[in-house]
Design a protein around this ligand. Structure first.
Ligand code: NA7
Length: 547
């Protein structure tokens, strides 16, 4: 077998995607001294925050807990305007980060990857883009996102519609003018719930098509004052340590309730729920009673509190009842946190169409027909979510050992190790992929993964390993953990994108890491306890002789 030389490859580390995860992966690889490059499909950086430019698209994790926490200098240089920043601010931030770390020269935008082929003899990947660019890399880090492939509903006559139609996840760069327009929004997840209040005062009419009600609660956003900003700067070390800790399963700063529901009387619990209602974003889950997600009775009591909130806000009692979920407990499905969602239905321009009562029959050139009648529209907004977890990876033409085709291999659901690698896909990492995130702040999970991946590449370089491939046993053990703990996850509602249920024909398999960060770290620590990661790392010679 020929000696490996650096001329066999164009670059040591190829990152695919310049979103939150890809930017970090590129920076870490360069910092560790690898030659590295990024291919990005969009014409700019930002990933999900580049594509989702619909009105009022914003974080529902606090800006400074979602942003990067590995650099004090970066943390101090960027000043967030709002507790929960909007998309333009986030896109500006990510561009700032790229320039701060001098990454732009390593990123090629407008380069969508269409194939990635493993070549065992060269211990290298050949990656090709839609425009025909080909790059050979020793290691590939596919940071292509869990929510990057828009999911369109399978509706009769969709192609006949003559008005404007947009998906929230592929929003145009030129602003859409909603003034005086008749608008349909299909979907009431976080995206649909965000866009409704943003346009309701502009439109002639807006109809929200709801398949299943959600437990939407107020975001409780606010501007970051100078005092708050000074506090953030002064406490960077503590903030970074808390967010970065594997013992922090949610990756937020929220203070835990410190008690079980049984500690309080009925009246005290109602007062506590009021406090929770007024808390920021995800604190409604992370600062709630310890047993909120495990004790059905207390969760039902909280749901009744929320239902009464909806009834008190929404003036039309029929609409209010339609907005109240009946099929899942609070937290079982990823809840949206949005300002003025329920209030929007008090605007005479807004209507709720409950698809459980009047399903869509067809779309035609002028609008949408349900079993309740026909309504005309100038604009249809698809807020119908994404092919979560596996969407991008199964569309990238990835072929591993012996031509193993990832799209067919994962037909019955993804099998992986650590939520970022797979047996028979050597030297290929997909941080933020299926089983990547747990029930918490997405970038904190991805940072854990990237830090480990970068550490592995450095370890491999220092010890002469050229190949990383989780063994079949390591993968099986990880997948057993996923399957065993999935029913215990708080996001247990099977009718959710965390089970792939929103995509027509997709197999229903749990797509998060139900063991959380602690389990991930425990498993990875066990692996790294030996020099060759219990057989996952090898030299080219070893892998050839083993095959
Ligand atoms: P989500 O949370 O997946 O929500 C998609 C919404 O679209 C949800 O209300 C779905 O109803 C609805 N949907 C999907 N398909 C249809 C069809 N065919 N007909 C009617 N309604 C449909 O996506 P988002 O973009 O809102 O949020 C994605 C992530 O962004 C979120 O997890 C956060 O991380 C932020 P369903 O509930 O399935 O009945």
């Amino acid at each position: 077998m020929a000696e490996q030389t650096s001329s066999d490859i164009d670059v040591e580390v190829l990152v695919i995607g310049a979103g939150v995860v890809g930017i970090y992966a590129l920076q870490r690889a360069l910092e560790a001294g690898f030659s590295a490059r990024t291919l990005e499909a969009g014409d700019g950086v930002g990933g999900v925050w580049y594509w989702n430019r619909y009105p009022s698209a914003r974080f529902d994790s606090e800006s400074y807990t979602y942003g990067y926490i590995h650099s004090k200098e970066l943390f101090e240089k960027w000043r967030w305007e709002e507790e929960f920043a909007t998309q333009p601010e986030i896109e500006r931030y990510l561009n700032f980060v790229v320039d701060h770390f001098d990454l732009r020269g390593h990123i090629r935008t407008g380069q969508k990857v269409v194939s990635a082929l493993w070549n065992e003899a060269d211990t290298a990947w050949t990656v090709t883009t839609e425009k025909g660019e080909t790059i050979r890399a020793r290691w590939v880090i596919s940071a292509t996102g869990g929510l990057s492939v828009p999911n369109y509903p399978d509706l009769n006559g969709l192609e006949d519609f003559k008005g404007q139609a947009y998906h929230t996840g592929a929003w145009p760069h030129t602003p859409v003018d909603f003034t005086g327009k008749r608008v349909a929004i299909i979907g009431n997840g976080p995206s649909g719930a965000q866009i409704l209040p943003a346009i309701v005062d502009l439109v002639e009419t807006v109809d929200l098509y709801q398949r299943t009600p959600t437990w939407t609660t107020p975001l409780n956003n606010g501007a970051i004052t100078d005092e708050r900003n000074a506090w953030l700067r002064d406490n960077f070390e503590e903030i970074a340590a808390k967010l970065g800790s594997a013992a922090n399963p949610t990756g937020f700063l929220h203070e835990p309730a410190g008690k079980f529901s049984t500690a309080d009387s009925f009246e005290e619990r109602q007062a506590f729920y009021e406090k929770i209602w007024n808390s920021p974003g995800f604190a409604k889950l992370t600062s709630n009673y310890y047993d909120m997600t495990t004790n059905r009775e207390v969760n039902l009591e909280f749901c009744e509190f929320l239902a009464n909130k909806v009834r008190s806000i929404v003036k039309d009692p029929v609409t209010a009842e339609r907005l109240i979920p009946k099929d899942h407990l609070f937290g079982a499905k990823r809840p949206p946190f949005v300002t003025n969602y329920y209030e929007s239905f008090n605007n005479p321009a807004a209507s709720l169409i409950a698809l459980s009562e009047t399903p869509i029959v067809r779309v035609d050139e002028s609008g949408i027909e349900t079993t309740g009648g026909h309504r005309e529209y100038d604009i249809i907004v698809f807020a119908t979510g994404f092919d979560f977890g596996t969407g991008a990876l199964t569309r990238m033409g990835i072929k591993g050992i012996n031509g193993l085709d990832l799209s067919t291999d994962w037909e019955e659901g993804p099998t992986d190790f650590g939520g970022f690698s797979a047996h028979q896909l050597p030297n290929f990492f997909f941080p933020g992929g299926p089983h990547g995130a747990g029930g918490g702040n997405y970038p904190r999970y991805s940072q854990d993964q990237i830090d480990w991946i970068t550490g592995t590449l450095v370890h491999a370089r220092e010890h002469g390993y050229e190949r990383f491939e989780p063994t079949a046993e390591q993968q099986e053990s990880w997948m057993t953990m996923i399957e065993t703990l999935a029913p215990k996850s708080i996001f247990s509602a099977e009718h959710s994108h965390y089970y792939g249920a929103n995509v027509e024909g997709k197999v229903r398999k749990f797509l998060l890491n139900p063991g959380g960060r602690a389990k991930l770290h425990e498993i990875l620590d066990e692996m790294t306890a030996t020099g060759d990661y219990n057989g996952a790392l090898s030299t080219v010679r070893e892998s050839v002789s083993a095959s």
